[in-house]
Design a protein around this ligand. Structure first.
Ligand code: HEM
Length: 338
């Protein structure tokens, strides 16, 4: 099943829109979602080398309101993670629209076209316009995204396999959090101290050796060991954002995973600590203001959600198939999308 384009080179510009669906607007919204890929094609065709990508994610509360099809296996509402000092809050979100491109005009145009349609039926609960800082850095000044898996490893990390969830192979679980940074406090630290917070050198982006890398550094807490030979990685495409006048600076974290438990384990390490109490030092300079989990279904499902049969259709079919087995009739399953 073709995936929405989750994996890509790091973008230069992005817009993140988090929406809630207004009461009784489900049918309209479900219908508009089937047009999203066509709208994306219409905007990107005009600028073929603009690398415009649109990914739509659907939250756990919205899924049964929009679709008859069963919930993706691991989709649930993001649960707050309350550490001794810092909290990963859970905030509302029915739909996530993640737009990426080489230039902001393309993201803006598609966001506007999408919202012309979705606007009357939804409420924007967060809108963040992100940009990539010099050589792939975030506003803390560190190169962000280096250890993202690549090639086949990236697909394994981020994309649901047919074995995992036959209905939604090609989809991905997306977790987003909007972090604010008190940059004055951060910039008051020496570069060496900042490097101990992150776990990599600032200028050259080299990982600190294990004997000097603190156990509460961001990298140490997020580099998970494999379990039963399975790597536990995610694909991140964080974006800095900010407004100079109000001195509001932040990082929009976005992580794609084949299994959201991997991202949630990283968050537990960051907020609760590993071992407990040994929380991520980056949180002393980063406050999570939002937090939500979504499922980005495969394009074929977004274009036509009836390609995955509802639970009742599936059980009807099971009944018919057992009847035909009884009567020795051959029966081909119509599980399109499996
Ligand atoms: C690594 C920044 C939030 C997961 C990094 C690195 C930086 C960074 C600079 C090192 C370079 C790299 O490999 O990308 C940030 C900032 C955040 C943030 C500024 C927001 C305040 C998160 C969150 C998660 C996460 C919320 C997970 C839920 C990771 C992972 C790595 C990483 C998995 C790679 C670890 C490794 O294997 O070396 N981050 N990050 N980050 N971050 Fe974050």
């Amino acid at each position: 099943m073709p995936t929405q384009q989750i994996l890509s080179d790091p973008a230069k510009a992005a817009i993140f829109l988090t929406l809630t669906i207004n009461e009784s607007a489900e049918e309209k919204v479900a219908d508009i979602l089937t047009d999203v890929s066509a709208l994306g094609r219409a905007v990107s065709f005009r600028v073929p080398d603009g690398d415009l990508i649109c990914v739509v994610g659907v939250g756990a509360r919205a899924w049964p309101r929009l679709f008859d099809a069963p919930m993706p296996k691991h989709l649930h509402e993001f649960k707050e993670i309350k550490g001794d000092k810092h909290t990963a809050v859970s905030t509302p979100g029915d739909l996530l629209i993640h737009l990426r491109a080489r230039t902001q005009d393309l993201c803006f145009e598609l966001a506007n076209q999408l919202m012309n349609k979705l606007g009357p039926y939804t409420t924007v609960v967060d809108e963040t316009h992100g940009f990539k800082y010099f050589d792939e850095r975030d506003l803390l000044g560190f190169v962000d995204g280096t250890e993202n898996p690549e090639g086949k490893a990236a697909v394994t990390a981020a994309v649901v396999s047919p074995e995992e969830d036959p209905n939604y192979a090609g989809g991905s679980y997306v977790l987003v959090q909007k972090y604010m940074h008190p940059l004055d406090e951060w910039n008051a630290l020496s570069v060496e101290e900042q490097e101990r917070v992150i776990g990599r050198t600032k200028l050259a982006d080299i990982e600190l050796d294990d004997d000097v890398k603190p156990t509460n550094s961001h990298v140490a807490l997020n580099d998970l060991d494999p379990v039963d030979g399975k790597e536990r990685k995610i694909i991140r495409d964080n974006m800095p954002f900010g407004t100079i006048g109000t001195k509001e600076f932040g990082t929009y974290f976005i992580g794609y995973a084949a299994d959201p438990e991997v991202t949630e384990t990283m968050l537990e390490h960051m907020f609760l600590g590993n071992p407990r109490g040994n929380y991520d030092r980056i949180l002393d300079f980063s406050t999570a203001e939002t937090g939500a989990l979504f499922f980005a279904p495969p394009v074929s499902f977004l274009d036509d959600p009836t390609t995955v049969e509802s639970d009742s259709e599936a059980s009807d079919q099971e009944d018919t198939s057992s009847e035909s087995e009884d009567t020795n009739e051959s029966h081909e399953s119509l599980r399109i999308g499996s």
